[in-house]
Design a protein around this ligand. Structure first.
Ligand code: ADP
Ligand code: ZN
Ligand code: ZN
Length: 804
């Protein structure tokens, strides 16, 4: 087969198909599906993915592939196919889909080098390459290619003697650390050891060490392991016995920690009942989706671990998705303790280089389990046995840029291919998933109780309107403040949670809790400071900002939003003795700071952990006995039909942080709307009732899971242009859909201008519209040219989670 089909790296409609290229003889065997290549395209040379090899092309005069970029495919056959599926289901370009599956390091500008594989014997390497290796530890890819050595490289790579490394020029610097190694033959080492004076015990120890392990060792390690000083190393270097050089190390972010191996716990009766259908699915190699619905602390993670163990016993692999902010060291530790070096970890806290290293471990089959955030769903395993999505209700599983996929959908698609189970776990499942479980499309597994029947924390809801009435203008209710003081005296810890999310503010009456809603949509109106208007982001309804409350005539009506910083100041004033750790985007921006702050809190270096939603997840410290939610309402009034669901989930999650161990926990939720069902039911931790209530609301207002929604957003520098295009889009879509479908809009987006571009949207609600995807594609096609040249942007989200 001498022709390759290539998807080129030009994300545009005209190029969203394969182009045929001839494979030059010198690259035969190397060029395979899933390999990236450089190809001539018009006057330029660009990157592309080989998707297929064939013998014939319907085009004559094919150009030749300029050069392969990989020696082994970066996308396997399954992932290539998944890319097609992803393209179809997100209406994005194929090239974007493929790139979404790869670590960022493979997308950036890099320098490619060839190194000897670990443990490989240079003597076995092809002569010409060996010569190059003799000159330098690393061979530049370009040098090898220019000397016509691609075939040889390929052969060596497939036999595991060499490997290609990517040193990303701008983004990743390879990690170089000082290494020490012997500079002399063992005979000489022995000789020199004999000549050392008795006081030079450090130097003796080093030589003894290298007589046994002649390989280079990281200097820091040899100093600590042997308990010797830098001076000892230096004198041996001076004598010409040792050499110190900078060497690249594998960037394993968890390398320094020791993980004591732990074995499986004996499952409780409830856990046994829940795990057995999962084990059957693994056993029978039968695809099935499970919804593991269990309160926090009910033993879900143990079920994940034991299911994975079963998968590993069968020689297969596992993917575990965890929301970014829940991917805490504690979570990772539990997997590392059980599966040791079989685990790779992928999350955004890693540098691009570290992520790439973890990805390589998967590709080389050095690991069998991946624990990671959303994009880990594309881990290049080839024998998947289970996919687990913890906290499945989290919206961070949806990618908000092209391809706009939801990891849950991708998981199910991959699991179908591998005939393996998907386990979705949550204490507060998304309405969509729970509804599917009710209908029997997912298998519902319940763990209704905490381990050891530990009580859930007691939750008190405090009405902040009452506080104001009794003259308390502080952001802490009397009750919360009393409890705070009490914990500080008892040396127990408190988590204070302030929810501030989104870009919009809302207006609320501090006396009666009145919040201004849209009369047509049952959605909170958003306050716009620049024109002092209240606005509905679904239908466009506008209103003046009220100066007195329409309900109770109070003048205490104002727009809302309190920052963590302000809370910290207040705490310092009111409780100067309290030690506070603040965790928000400002204090956790630097790499590793998240972990550092949590560790400090865990070690008792603070009494209060104050933060935004990033502290809601995964925290499991024994000394936390009080959780305070400062303002339960902030999320409730976002212009989003999921705001009640998110509020309930968040309040339940936060409450779950208290009293997870011996000490009983208490939760205080401050709110201006204690009567709202999402607050009230979070107070009693009653998911089932919440589900029923919320389903009624969704039904009445025609939202998921009763209806599907799709969002089209149009943006352009000129307002008139945006309005007229969105109008045409809305009209066109309406004309192509049945009468059951609802097209809302055109209406300005909740964020009506970004970067001087105006934004309009229309929201489509529908049950079954087989023509919708084609209609949307037709729109994208129709505006293709304007999108390319005139700065028009049209984005389509077939399952939006952010409606801004
Ligand atoms: P979840 O994931 O639902 O929050 P976990 O799996 O973390 O629950 O379990 C909560 C606690 O109970 C953990 O400390 C865990 O080690 C412990 N645990 C879970 N299963 C068992 C078991 N079968 N026997 C003893 N302890 C268990
Ligand atoms: Zn009022
Ligand atoms: Zn409205």
């Amino acid at each position: 087969m001498n022709i390759a089909s290539v998807i080129v790296d030009v994300p545009a409609k005209q190029t969203d198909k394969t182009f045929d290229y001839k494979i030059p003889d010198k690259f035969k065997d190397v060029i395979k599906p899933g390999i990236r290549v450089i190809v001539p395209f018009g006057p330029r040379k660009i990157q592309g993915f080989v998707t297929e090899l064939k013998n014939e092309s319907s085009f004559s005069k094919l150009r030749e592939i300029a050069e392969p970029l990989d020696l082994n495919p970066v996308l396997n056959e399954e992932l290539l196919e998944l890319g097609e599926w992803l393209t179809e289901h997100t209406l994005s370009y194929k090239i974007s889909s493929y790139q979404a599956m790869l670590p960022a390091a493979l997308k950036a500008k890099y320098e490619k080098k060839i190194v000897l594989a670990r443990g490989a014997d240079l003597a076995e390497v092809h002569k010409k390459l060996k010569d190059l290796f003799m000159e330098s530890r690393e061979i530049k890819w370009d040098d090898a290619v220019s000397q016509g050595l691609v075939q040889q490289l390929h052969k060596e790579a497939s036999e595991g003697r060499i490997e290609v490394i990517y040193q990303v020029k701008d983004r990743v610097r390879k990690k170089l650390l000082k290494h020490v190694s012997p500079a002399a033959e063992p005979e000489q080492l022995k000789e020199i050891r004999g000549s050392l004076s008795a006081q030079a015990s450090g130097q003796q120890a080093i030589i003894d060490f290298f007589l046994e392990h002649p390989e280079p060792v990281e200097q820091r390690l040899i100093l600590t392991t042997l308990g010797i000083s830098q001076a000892s190393v230096n004198s041996l270097v001076k004598k010409g016995v040792l050499k110190v050089e900078e060497l690249e190390v594998y960037r394993d972010p968890y390398a320094e920690r020791e993980f004591a191996r732990k074995t499986a716990l004996t499952l409780t009766v409830e856990q046994e009942k829940a795990i057995s259908p999962i084990l059957s699915s693994i056993e029978n190699e039968q695809h099935e989706v499970f919804l593991l619905y269990g309160v926090t602390g009910s033993g879900k993670t143990e079920i994940y671990l034991q299911s994975i163990q079963e998968v590993l016993n069968n020689g297969k692999e596992a993917i575990v998705l965890v929301p970014e902010i829940a991917l805490t060291p504690q979570m990772v530790t539990r997997f590392k303790e059980r599966f040791g070096d079989y685990v790779a970890v992928m999350h955004s806290g890693l540098s691009a280089g570290e992520k790439y290293d973890e990805w390589r471990k998967i590709q080389r089959k050095e690991v069998k389990v991946v624990v990671g955030a959303r994009s880990a769903i594309f881990a290049p395993f080839e024998n998947l046995g289970i996919i687990i999505i913890d906290e499945e209700h989290e919206t961070s599983y949806k990618q908000e840029e092209n391809p706009r996929y939801h990891a849950r959908d991708v998981a199910i698609q991959r699991a179908k291919t591998y005939n393996c189970p998907v386990v979705l776990g949550s204490a507060t499942p998304s309405l969509e998933s729970f509804a599917r479980a009710q209908k029997g499309r997912y298998t519902l597994l319940s763990l209704p109780k905490r381990m050891n029947n530990q009580a859930l924390p007691t939750v008190e809801i405090v009405d902040m309107r009452e506080e104001l009435r009794t003259g308390n203008r502080s952001m802490f209710s009397v009750k919360l403040f009393e409890k705070l003081k009490d914990r500080i005296e008892k040396k127990e810890q408190t988590v204070l949670f302030l929810n501030k999310r989104g870009h919009s503010s809302f207006v609320m009456c501090r006396d009666c809790g009145y919040v201004m809603n849209c009369p047509h949509c049952d959605i909170t109106l958003t306050y716009h400071r620049y024109n002092e208007q209240m606005k509905c982001h679904y239908c466009g309804h506008e209103d003046r900002v009220p100066t007195i409350c329409p309900e109770c005539n109070s003048e205490h009506i104002r727009y809302f939003g309190t920052g963590t910083q302000k809370v910290e100041e207040e705490l310092n004033k009111l409780l100067p003795e309290a030690r506070v750790i603040r965790m928000d985007v400002d204090t956790t921006g630097r790499k590793g700071s998240h972990e550092r702050l949590l560790t400090a809190f865990q070690e008792g270096q603070a009494d209060i952990l104050l933060g935004t939603q990033m502290i809601a997840k995964g925290l499991d410290f024994p000394n936390i006995t009080l959780v305070g939610v400062l303002s339960a309402d902030t999320m409730l009034h976002l212009p989003d039909f999921r705001s009640s669901e998110k509020t309930f989930q968040l309040l339940t999650q936060v409450s779950g942080r208290a009293g997870r161990h011996q000490l009983p926990g208490e939760v205080v939720i401050q709110t201006y709307t204690p009567e709202h069902y999402s607050v009230e039911l979070a107070g009693t931790q009653d998911y089932d009732l919440f589900y029923q209530q919320e389903m009624m609301v969704r039904k009445v207002h025609q939202y998921p899971p009763f209806y599907f929604i799709s969002l089209v957003t149009v943006s352009h520098g000129e307002l008139m242009k945006v309005v007229s295009v969105t109008e045409k889009v809305a009209k066109f879509i309406s004309s192509r859909l049945s009468k059951e479908a609802v097209v809302l809009g055109p209406v300005a987006s909740p964020i009506p201008r970004i970067n001087d571009r105006y934004r309009y949207q229309c929201l489509i609600k529908y049950k079954k519209e087989p023509e919708l995807n084609n209609a949307l594609k037709a729109i994208l096609d129709h505006y293709q040219q304007e999108m390319g040249k005139e700065g028009l942007q049209i984005s389509v989200d077939l399952n939006p989670y952010i409606l801004m």
